[in-house]
Write a protein that binds this ligand. Structure first.
Ligand code: FAD
Length: 743
């Protein structure tokens, strides 16, 4: 995310809809120097509406019909902010978000789709499944299928008779017919007639398909009320259902009403023929959320797709201060409506066609469109310097650090109880007449483009050292670097976001931010020097492990390789999101829990990986360890990436620790790589007495940690500590140590 030219303007795209994916691609192909692109999105996998019914029918996998916005944003050089916009402060040119502080923009573009309008029928929101917003539909549909499997039958009602509703009904019918032992009962209910914006031949075609499949269509009978399992229509008739899908006309997001932007009667943003709001030269909109009053069009994905190129062009022009170009959407589009059985109906004006060739055409068009945003051009340079990792993977290798420290003639002080001569996660200072203090410092460059998120991760990571010592953080000093920008407001925004993220985490931990230092730097960087108290009698150190102790790890491994893969656009969005979620999990409760269960030693797993930090513990404890490779918790997707040969830039530096490994499993290069994978804000690694380990683990899991018991401490068998990989070495507490001791 390093910019060669200082940032002068912020272009912020809100929503990763059909038009914005095109804008991202175009800016990725031809970046605008000095313009920083940001995508604010509620979801990191955005569905392509054209293929969604095919997904419902079981003809496409989830991945085939969703665009990975993490990869696309990385291709575009855009910062991805995973959050939901909930308002605009147009006076200050800021986007208000659910979780982030306000985000500044010079030019803003909205492509956020539509919101369900269920207010007309009481009970609809509570008792039916809304198809909109479509980005959440995938999980709702999977839940519906689970229910069908459970019941063994399905009465499915679909409310809404437009192309979306009809296509969904026939697609769902096909999927349920294959899934269930008895034919599903599918009923489509419409306010008007079926497919009111299509021609008679298309309507007749669907009437035939409905008849052939035993599906029911109830037309011209709006639903006025919904009760559990019952739709009540205007004429009083009742349609009973096991599940109901709501696919009626949608509306604009309610928060738009408070923005002062001119909206149409359904709450959609009014735009002119340049895709810009007539009331605000800095605001653009496209897709379902926009209405062009001079050229009104149906709310359909096809128009959102077509808006992509003129929107990208006009955003570029607006940034350059050039005149915008008018772009009138075409009046009629070819609609290809799938029937869920690898056939489709084509509809355009007065024309209709039906059959397998129409599906073939639709499938070809849709897959071609998806490929544009998923098969992205290869990266130009994958040179190692450009790809050096951020976060804790940007640490100096352990051996280099050790050599430097050994050459230092560092001054000593009587106040130092734990310092460089017996290094631990934090130093312990003891002044006469005062309680002892823990002190630690961490600093690294950003591993994510979102400064607020980075701030949260950096603070979580820095606090880890205090928690590893069983302490309680009290105060923190911050040190930050921010790249120069053409305008002070940009620097201020980034620094504020980063510091706000960090200070929120510190505040939640009960630590006061008491000062710091900031400077211009080549990249965004942040660190904290944290001071903490020890808990009386509960100081945890790296040394102290006893033979027979069980090793517990409180978080899964894999953040290093996942972040390295993300930089190369090789990590799937959901894998990256899960890794970020892990990094954000504080260690406070884990630390208290480990201490309460009598932990004998503890450290936090960070840059040197599990093995590097474990060796520090074994050296300090004069012990060896048996490690069960099958029990080591791993983030989803990490092993796949390691098997593909991906690794963080600290991998080579950390590999020196591999010489301590014994056992057959040590021959597995992916496993070895996992054990030295550098972690940012990684888990706590602790020894717990064997008879308390099971309860401690259960409590950690109850607290929400993906913790695991991964090994058993053994007596030292040689000069240097040894880590024996032995599947099944973790046995019940009552098993005698001899049963697990290695030869
Ligand atoms: C079942 C079904 C089938 C359909 N089939 C077709 C079809 O075959 N052909 C067709 O042309 N149309 C179809 N449609 C209509 C189509 O889904 C929409 O017209 C289309 O998705 C609109 O695209 P968009 O770009 O406006 O927004 P969307 O595709 O809805 O994308 C909006 C994006 O913005 C994000 N977002 C939303 N709110 C926020 C926020 N506040 N902050 C940040 N991010 C936000 C979402 O996560 C999402 O990624 C279908 C609709 C349904 C319900």
């Amino acid at each position: 995310m390093q910019q060669s030219v200082p940032i002068a303007q912020d272009l912020v795209l809100v929503g990763g809809g059909h038009a914005h994916v095109h804008v991202l691609k175009r800016f990725g192909m031809r970046p605008v120097p000095g313009v920083r692109l940001t995508l604010v999105t509620r979801d990191v996998e955005t569905p392509y509406s054209g293929m969604l019914p095919g997904y419902v029918a079981g003809l496409y996998s989830f991945a085939e019909c969703h665009i990975d916005l993490v990869r696309l944003a990385r291709f575009a050089g855009a910062r991805l902010i995973h959050d939901e916009a909930v308002g605009l402060d147009r006076g200050r040119r800021q986007i208000l978000c659910r979780a982030h502080p306000p985000i500044r923009y010079d030019i803003l573009s909205l492509d956020i789709g539509s919101t369900p309008r269920m207010g007309d029928a009481a009970g609809a929101a509570e008792h039916t499944v809304s198809v909109k917003p479509i980005d959440r539909f995938g999980e709702r549909w999977e839940a519906l299928l689970d229910r069908a499997r459970e019941l063994g039958h399905m009465r499915l009602a679909i409310v809404g008779g437009g192309a979306g509703g009809v296509e969904l009904a026939v697609s769902a019918q096909q999927r349920l017919a294959r899934l269930l032992p008895t034919p599903p009962q599918v009923t489509l209910v419409t306010r008007e007639g079926l497919l009111p914006s299509h021609n008679d031949a298309v309507r007749r075609r669907f009437e035939i398909i409905f008849r052939e499949r035993g599906m029911r269509a109830v037309a011209n009978n709006p639903i006025v009320r919904v009760e559990p399992g019952r739709l009540i229509a205007q004429d009083g008739s009742v349609i009973e259902f096991d599940e109901a899908l709501w696919v009626t006309e949608a509306a604009g997001a309610p928060w738009l009403a408070n923005t002062g932007l001119p909206l149409d009667e359904r709450g959609f943003v009014i735009i002119d023929e340049t895709y810009r709001s007539p009331a605000d030269t800095a605001v653009f909109a496209a897709g379902d959320i926009a209405t062009m009053p001079a050229y009104p069009r149906e709310k359909a994905g096809v128009y959102a797709v077509r808006a992509g190129p003129p929107l990208a062009d006009n955003l570029r022009r607006a940034l350059a201060g050039h005149r915008l170009r008018r772009a009138v959407p075409q009046r009629q589009a070819l609609a290809l409506i799938g029937t869920g059985d690898k056939r489709a109906v084509a509809s355009r004006g007065r024309h209709e066609a039906y059959g397998a060739p129409v599906w073939w055409l639709k499938d070809w068009i849709d897959r071609r469109w998806m490929r544009r945003y998923t098969d992205l051009p290869a990266m130009e340079s994958v040179d190692d310097d450009a790809m050096r990792c951020g976060g804790c993977a940007a640490k100096v290798p352990a051996d280099v650090l050790a050599r430097v420290m050994a050459r230092l003639d560092a001054p000593v002080s009587d106040a130092v109880a734990i310092g460089l001569d017996s290094p631990d996660d934090a130093a312990l200072l003891s002044f006469p007449g005062a309680p002892p203090l823990l002190q630690t410092v961490d600093f690294f460059r950003a591993m994510v483009g979102d400064p607020y998120l980075f701030g949260r991760i950096a603070a979580t990571h820095a606090l880890g050292d205090i928690y590893a010592m069983g302490g309680v953080p009290e105060t923190a000093l911050a040190i930050a670097t921010v790249p120069p920008a053409a305008r002070p407001s940009i620097v201020e925004h980034d620094l504020f976001h980063m510091m706000r993220g960090g200070s929120e985490v510190l505040a939640a931990a009960g630590a006061a931010l008491v000062g710091g230092h900031s400077a211009e730097g080549a990249e965004l960087g942040l660190g904290f020097a944290v001071t903490g108290r020890t808990r009386p009698g509960r100081l945890l150190r790296k040394g102290g492990l006893r033979p027979g102790d069980r090793l517990l790890l409180t978080k899964p491994l894999g953040t290093g390789v996942i972040l390295a893969a993300e930089m190369r656009r090789l990590a799937p969005a959901r894998v990256v999101t899960a890794a970020i979620g892990t990094m954000l999990q504080p260690a406070a409760e884990a630390s208290a829990c480990l201490a309460a269960y009598g932990a004998t030693a503890c450290t936090d797993v960070t840059g040197f990986g599990l093995l590097g930090h474990l060796l520090e513990m074994l050296t300090a404890s004069d012990a060896d360890v048996l490690l069960d490779p099958d029990r080591v918790p791993v983030l989803d997707g990490a092993m796949t990436l390691l098997r593909e040969g991906l690794a963080s830039s600290l991998h080579a530096g950390n590999s020196i620790a591999l010489s301590s490994l014994t056992g057959e499993a040590a021959q597995d290069p992916a496993l070895a790589a996992l054990l030295i994978d550098p972690q940012t804000a990684g888990g706590l690694l602790a020894g717990v007495p064997a008879d308390r380990a099971t309860d401690c683990l259960a409590e950690l899991q109850r607290l929400g940690y993906r913790a695991a018991e991964i090994g058993v401490v053994a007596p030292r068998s040689g000069g240097k500590p040894r880590v024996s990989l032995e599947a099944g070495c973790v046995r019940p507490a009552e098993a005698p140590l001899a049963a697990v001791a290695h030869s």
